[in-house]
Design a protein around this ligand. Sequence first.
Ligand SMILES: [Fe+2]
Ligand SMILES: [Fe+2]
Length: 392
Amino acid sequence: MNSDSNRKDRLSRRDLLGAASLAGLGAAMLPVSTARAQAHQTYQVGKDPGKHEPIPDFKFDIEAQTGWVGEAGSAKEATVEEFPPSQNIAGVSMRLKPGGIRELHWHAIAAEWAFVISGRILTTVIAPNGEPATDIFDPGDIWYFPKGHGHALQNISNEEAHFVLGFDDGHFSEFGTFSITDWVGHTPPEVLTRNLGLSSATVATLPKKELYILPGRIPSTIPEPYLAGDLETSQNPHKFRLGKMRPIEFPGGWERIVTSKEFPINTTLTSVLQYLEPGALREMHWHPNADEWQYYISGRSRVTIFGAHGRSRTEEFGPGQIAFIQQGFGHLVEQVGPEPTKFFALFNSPVFEEISISKWLAGNPASLIADNFGLSYDEVRRLPKKTLGIIK
Ligand SMILES: [Fe+2]
Ligand SMILES: [Fe+2]
């Protein structure tokens, strides 16, 4: 923490103490500004500690980007380059044509997560202990590949597959995606001949640069045997059927929450799938331990975030748009329009933590709340007594 922010911290504590002690004396007319002026005299050196940057734009229209487009699919990225506030979570909206392959690759600095929206994806992953895994993912399923584990994807359905990838580092793309054709294309041919056991003539036909997404054939047998035949396969599943798990029901909708407890290979993220009925309100809350990265699948919603120091910002979201809510910022989601809203949220912690305004108030004595808000006991008694979650 620098000395400026130290001063700001001391100032805000001093302000609060000043206001609290004056209120405690019942001297409502005494100028709180006197305490503030004193605090300024003591702590203001050069810069006004009351000034804060506005909350940065927390909305990104990932589907409106052009991204990478090829014969067998496309990819649109939201990394720190496109969406600077999201330092800890990046996303990619990927589409594969039937048979389309996202080639063998790994990510040096991030784990990969994905939510499948349409199509059927076959994945292969290799772990450092040599155990492979092959899985098939349908809409509503999520995957998690630990950082650095080699993997590949193929759309094995007859329709276009669409899935949204999430990475636990906003910089994953520019510093961390390693594709097999890029590597092979930049390795001396004599090394490839020795290492792969291929003739020089065959090595000369290998790709010279990264293919990224390429056309492929849907295998006639699924899954096919491994190249090495019988191998011990991974006992640590990369797949979780998020859309099929039992939801937490509320009057205005539901939530499905998957942490590392339910999905152990996923050691860095929490996934939440959320459904809001028309007119519903996801109540005021914050997450003490994680940033929240939302992708809207269907319907529309208004998100308001609160960033302290009198700062708040509201944006409206629809299908294909992303919201980023910084760790600890207060926020709420208001469903708007006739169609229910469905979105998923990714949190950069394997443990889910949330504090809602209703839970917080319910855990305080009535007299404290009455004084804090200047309410009568009758009014305080009307406040919620438990978490409301999604209000109808
Ligand atoms: Fe990947
Ligand atoms: Fe939230």
